[in-house]
Design a protein around this ligand. Sequence first.
Ligand code: AMP
Length: 226
Amino acid sequence: MVLELPLVLIFLGPPGAGKGTHALPLSQKLKIPHISTGALFREHIKSQSPLGKIAKQYMNQGKLLPDELALKAVFERTSYPDCCRGYLLDGFPRTVAQAEELKPHLENCHLIAFFFDVPDSILIERITGRLVCKQCACSYHKIYDPPKQQEICDTCQGGLYVREDDREEVLRNRLEIYRRETAPLIDFYAEDLVKIDGKQTKSQVFQEVLSKLKTVTAPVSAAGAF
Ligand code: AMP
């Protein structure tokens, strides 16, 4: 008998690499929760909670929230029963300190860290044209992936908006912080890393994710885990 370990996917990559775009459909396909720390913090900002007030100050400047706050938000969410088969972490961990804290929680899990590799020139173009749905967080691009109706989400008909931290001056700060704080995680997860060519089209990237996922989980999925 092969025991089915919970599957934990970590999505690594700079802002605009496609983490959020592919995290949602992949988590739906695998029937595991999509946990986006950015989305969790945006919910707090919307509800004007005490955490939301703090989060807003950091996020609007493109800065990372303190590790303790990100860790608290993630561990609270992963303690829900729907995470028992695994979960997909999008935008977490973002520092080596966060990854160190997460490590003991992943001891009995099947871990795969996807790294979405995209050159800076493409990232800036992608982010500054990004539109996000207020309701379901689906993202679009004004030129490369426009919604069918202007400013309306194709999936849920919610209104689309430009994220405050997607403005070019804030984005440059986010990219700098990514390089300094988050890029070292590529080495941290070297043993479990799966590199994806994130500059391909949306559907090509998704296909690459699926086919690499199939390869790395082959012994488990053969036993019926997915
Ligand atoms: P994202 O939606 O992943 O692009 O995240 C948006 C913003 O939320 C980031 O620029 C940070 O300000 C904050 N944030 C998201 N995840 C984390 C994290 N793991 N640690 C600290 N700050 C985070």
